[in-house]
Design a protein around this ligand. Structure first.
Ligand SMILES: Nc1ncnc2c1ncn2[C@@H]1O[C@H](COP(=O)(O)OP(=O)(O)OP(=O)(O)O)[C@@H](O)[C@H]1O
Ligand SMILES: [Mg+2]
Length: 278
């Protein structure tokens, strides 16, 4: 079964909100207050504007503020200074058209895998608006997509960490979110599953017209996925480079091999920014 993503309203006439970037952070600063009264500056001077239907990957050293920035962009966390806009408006909590895949799987332990994946459909009224069979089919297609067919009735504790993360990805996709925020979603997966889900994510993104911001530590992954790569410095994180990834799509091992110079030049650019070039 193939999971297909489409959204009603995706072709609606443009209005002001439609013309605004999907998400934006302007002059963003985030400081945490520590137990001892001192403060920790996570990031500063962050400006990022993500166009509708754009796929942006964020790379940066551990602890530089990527997760914190994603939480602020999602409306989960408030900035200390600056502005976040989602569809041109300051968020009040998490926007209903936005879904988040966290760095660690977050599933409700008392629900089965299928019920976890179905939860956003119930909360969002999708299940009420469609037949139980359509809703069930959708969950089945999503679980098939992430390779969890046969685990519908399992509970989260019965799954490995990577399987739990795949269930979390299925859940985030269930409502065809307009904006998808993904924090190292494939970090815990084996290389083959990771690659397969990379390609599936691109397919879903292209067919659904959603906007994706994805954090990764993997340069190759960023180059397979992104329209634009944003590189952050050591903490306090700042955006030190933005690279348009003009590699033709669909990107496969074969197509990347056809233009190795361009691919390798991008890898080198990013490695230099991250300070890992030889
Ligand atoms: N809730 C919090 N309270 C206090 N400090 C925090 C909090 N969340 C994050 N930090 C601090 O903010 C900094 C940035 O953390 P963040 O989780 O955003 O980094 P990251 O770039 O996502 O790192 P990684 O790649 O390891 O996931 C770190 O120094 C961290 O200790
Ligand atoms: Mg993180």
């Amino acid at each position: 079964m193939t999971f297909t993503a489409s959204r009603s309203g995706a072709t609606a006439a443009p209005d002001t909100a439609q013309e605004a970037p999907a998400v934006e952070i302007r002059s963003g600063v985030k400081r945490f207050r520590k137990e001892d009264g001192s403060s920790l500056l996570a990031f500063e001077g962050v400006n990022l504007s993500v166009r509708r239907q754009e796929f942006v990957c964020v790379l940066g050293p551990s602890g530089c503020g990527k997760t914190t920035m994603l939480r602020c962009l999602s409306g989960l966390e408030e900035l200390s200074e600056g502005t976040v806009l989602i569809h041109g408006e300051e968020p009040r909590g998490v926007h209903r058209d936005l879904a988040i895949v966290f760095q660690r799987p977050v599933l409700l332990p008392w629900l089965t895998v299928a019920d976890n994946v179905q939860l956003p459909l119930r909360v969002g009224g999708y299940a009420r608006a469609s037949s139980p069979a359509a809703s069930r089919d959708r969950v089945a297609a999503l679980l098939d997509l992430v390779g969890l067919k046969g685990f519908e009735s399992s509970y989260p504790y019965e799954l490995s960490g990577g399987m739990q993360q795949r269930a979390s990805i299925a859940r985030a996709l269930s409502r065809n979110p307009d904006i998808l925020m993904m924090d190292e979603p494939f970090g815990a997966l084996d290389a083959l599953t990771r690659q397969r889900l990379n390609f599936e994510l691109v397919r879903i993104w292209r067919s659904s017209g959603s906007t994706i911001v994805l954090i990764t530590h993997n340069i190759h992954e960023a180059l397979i996925l992104a329209d634009r790569v944003v590189v952050m410095s050591e903490r306090p994180g700042r955006i030190i480079k933005e690279l348009a990834i003009d590699l033709p799509r669909p990107r496969t091992a074969k197509s990347l091999n056809a233009q190795p110079e361009r691919y390798l030049a991008l890898v080198k650019d990013i490695e230099e920014c991250l300070g890992v070039a030889e």
